[in-house]
Design a binder for this molecule. Structure first.
Ligand code: NI
Length: 180
């Protein structure tokens, strides 16, 4: 297994719409394992392939609590088929390190995807799983959580930076379990 470098917000791969996976090859299985390893190593609860520089529609998630048994999940070509409700929640992202912001999203979603064994599944999700899945599916479409915030960006020689003083932002690392 190989731990990959997590790309951060100025990397163009994070802004590309990722390609559907047509066939679950051994390379895709290796990618899934590498993504899980990278996610655990970065103390994240979700990761999308573009975050490791691969523009393909695959997501890994583990929302188990620290100290509990690991519960790795892999979603291939995930797609939201139904959503309802509305809830706000403070999100973070491994690709936007050090920043968190409150994002309003549907509370419940139904997600259709394929497993690593190629089975088609459709599952209803709520709570943290629904939240992380929506955040990760956004990544597959080139969207970052910061796009949902009413916040200004400014450019510097190093690239894009966020307006730090915006009230909907809290610069903190204490919510480590919400980094995805
Ligand atoms: Ni993220």
């Amino acid at each position: 297994m190989t731990i990959q470098v997590v790309r951060t917000f100025s990397d163009p791969v994070l802004r590309k719409k990722a390609d559907p996976i047509k066939q679950i090859t051994p390379e895709i299985k290796t990618l899934a394992r590498d993504m899980l390893e990278t996610m655990y190593c970065s103390k994240g609860i979700g990761l999308a392939a573009p975050q490791v520089g691969v523009s393909q529609r695959i997501v890994t998630i583990d929302i188990s609590n620290e100290g509990e048994e690991l519960h790795p999940m892999v979603f291939i070509n995930p797609e939201i088929t139904k959503s309802s409700g509305q809830v706000d929640y403070e999100e973070g992202c491994l690709s936007v390190p050090g920043y968190h912001g409150v994002v309003i999203r549907p509370e419940q979603v139904t997600v259709r995807f394929q497993t690593l064994d190629g089975q088609n599944k459709t599952i209803p999700c709520k709570g943290l799983l629904a939240r992380v899945l929506q955040h990760e599916i956004d990544h597959l479409d080139g969207v970052l959580f910061t796009d949902h915030l009413d916040v200004d960006w400014w450019e510097s020689e190093e690239g894009q930076h966020m307006e730090k003083d915006h009230p909907r932002f809290s610069e903190t690392t204490k919510f480590r379990t919400s980094a995805a």
